[in-house]
Design a protein around this ligand. Structure first.
Ligand code: ATP
Ligand code: MG
Length: 564
């Protein structure tokens, strides 16, 4: 069975529908749904990552496509791990990614009263009971995949007794872990989730939203369908690991007799090859100082992607390329880079920046002169116009653009060779200076005033063009170059120890990066192409007007080729 249905239109255009859209179309056609309502239900216990972005764009995108509604709901039913700090960051990240929840922010904890009443309703229907087995006994009684479970000795309590005990649980008469409320379903069900699952537990804890109002808290499998039903969610989209929980989801909404019960649909999680998303591992990287926080640009939390210079448009393109499916797979990071390159290439100005400088002196150029030369802002997008860039006798060029003894097919500078300085003149290398260690410090050239770009000079051709930054007007900045955080050859985790294989070169800091003066007033998150060097963005944490810090978003070369 194919998961994506391709619909051919008469225009030969292929409209690809994912399997969820096919389900929704059917629900609409058969009258089960009039307005599509979806939600993104994060637990506020950490930062969102790229996988969450997929869920956000999927849910929000479906609501938009069908003219429905998208809710952001904090699934905050577990007081142990949740923090207010995360709530604010998550809302910000969801909005940035493009989740259009507007003012529809909900909190599962605001439904505690309804959940309590729902539990009472189940008890009154004879469908739930208070159980005094200890956690390990409950586990023993549950049986295994090959053996049925055993009924709890408390299973056949009267409705009255259950109501009384549940009331006592609520009033704080029991210690944590001494009693639970369980759904009465089927201890011999082949689905372990249906063997009288625990639906309420006692926990004397302060909740970030409800304070000390409650000392009983609902379990996820009971709470989630109720949250969905209260909000009128039509399609409750979650990841594959909840597939086996769907019968319980359906049991809860059916027993509670919701008139238009929500429908759970599962899809495969997004995995990106060679990246770390596990909270436990990221925490360790932060604690050991390998990264500078949850938003370190080498991570793929949404905050990190934003700081690295990714855009919501690029993430959307990425998710569309990846598609929605039910089979687990891992997507290459190169595809994500492809998307950001595609997004930025025609939008961002292309500037000159020298990351690893050596000086070039034009011996026959007048001293103390600054000439303005016109440089296109984006060679591929003439609508972006041109800017004037200062040029002079002393320039910075990339160290790798000069070689004393060049190999074959090296068309840049070497003694006797002539190249074009981008948007300026032809220069010919006449000599060079070195320090005591033999490193080149200065390259001497002469220029030919006839060869100015735009002058229509056709006298002769050169094979190489190099970029440059005028010394007297250059701004000294820092550029940070990144590689994969973990070792690509060895894999993310060591098979024996389970430790991460950290790549020692994941961060390279270029502290003497010279850029054009036009970049003087750039602000956090501004991004540019640095000609020949890649796309860069202004770091939001470490950059200031005194000292600009750029993060390389990605290089210009791609290892990913899109199909067709
Ligand atoms: P993690 O443990 O990685 O933070 P989670 O599933 O515990 O993930 P939740 O806050 O419970 O995080 O997730 C919110 C929503 O995001 C859920 O609907 C979940 O299914 C979805 N989600 C989480 N990870 C991914 C992923 N890798 N790809 C797609 N959706 C995901
Ligand atoms: Mg979680």
């Amino acid at each position: 069975m194919s998961e994506n249905e391709n619909i051919m239109t008469n225009e030969k255009e292929i409209v690809s529908k994912n399997f969820i859209e096919t389900i929704i179309d059917k629900d609409i056609a058969e009258g089960r749904c009039t307005k599509v309502i979806t939600r993104f239900p994060p637990e506020p216990n950490g930062y969102l990552h790229i996988g969450h972005a997929k869920s956000i764009l999927l849910n929000s995108g479906l609501a938009k496509k069908y003219g429905g509604q998208f809710n952001l709901r904090f699934d905050d039913t577990n007081p142990t791990k949740e923090k207010v700090e995360f709530v604010e960051n998550i809302a910000k990240d969801v909005a940035w990614v493009g989740g259009e929840f507007e003012d529809r922010i909900f909190y599962a904890s605001n439904y505690f009263e309804q959940m309590y009443e729902a539990a009472v309703k189940l008890i009154k229907k004879g469908k739930a009971y208070v159980c005094e087995l200890r956690a390990e006994e409950i586990r023993e009684y549950r049986g295994t995949l090959t053996e049925p479970g055993k009924n709890s000795p408390y299973r056949d309590r009267s409705i009255e007794e259950n109501l009384e005990l549940f009331e006592k649980m609520k009033n704080g008469d029991f210690e944590d872990g001494s009693v639970v409320l369980r759904a009465k379903i089927d201890m011999s069900s082949p689905n372990m989730n249906m063997r009288d699952p625990v639906i309420y537990r006692v926990a004397h804890m302060t909740h970030h939203n409800t304070g000390d109002a409650w000392c009983i808290y609902p379990m996820y499998d009971f709470a989630h369908p109720i949250e969905d039903a209260i909000e009128g969610i039509t399609h409750s989209i979650c990841t594959l690991e909840f597939e086996d929980h769907r019968p319980l989801y359906d049991w809860v909404v059916t027993e509670l007799e919701y008139p238009n019960p929500p429908k759970q649909i599962e899809f495969a999680k997004l995995y990106v090859t060679n990246v770390i998303t596990g909270k436990r591992y990221i925490k360790k990287l932060v604690e050991t100082g390998v990264v500078d926080g949850w938003d370190d640009p080498r991570l793929v939390s949404i905050a990190a992607l934003r700081r690295r210079g990714f855009t919501p448009e690029a993430l959307k393109m990425f998710m569309e390329l990846v598609g929605v499916s039910k089979s687990q797979s891992s997507v290459d990071y190169a595809m994500l880079e492809y998307c950001i390159r595609e997004d930025l290439k025609l939008k961002k100005p292309r500037m000159m920046a020298v990351l690893d400088p050596i000086k070039l002196v034009i011996d026959n150029y007048p001293d103390n002169t600054t000439e303005m030369v016109s440089v296109p802002n984006n060679q591929e997008n003439p609508d972006m116009g041109e800017r004037m860039v200062p040029f002079g006798k002393e320039l910075y060029i990339e160290r790798e653009d000069f070689m004393i003894e060049p190999p074959k097919k090296y068309f840049r500078l070497f003694p006797g060779n002539e190249v074009r300085l981008m948007s300026a003149y032809f220069v010919k290398c006449v000599s060079y200076e070195t320090d005591e260690a033999g490193n080149v410090t200065v390259v001497h050239c002469t220029y030919d005033p006839e060869t100015k770009s735009g002058s229509g000079f056709t006298g002769r051709k050169v094979k190489g063009t190099i970029h440059w930054v005028n010394v007297s007007t250059a701004i000294k900045t820092t550029a940070r170059l990144y590689e994969n955080l973990t070792d690509e050859e060895k894999g993310v985790y060591d098979e024996e120890t389970g430790e991460m294989n950290i790549n020692p070169n994941s961060l390279v800091v270029k502290d003497e990066c010279y850029v054009e003066p036009a970049l003087k007033d750039c602000k956090a998150y501004d991004s540019f192409q640095f000609l020949r060097n890649g796309f860069f963005t202004v770091d939001c944490k470490d950059s200031s007007s005194e000292h600009i810090v750029f993060n390389r978003i990605c290089s210009l070369k791609s290892s990913y080729k899109p199909a067709n």
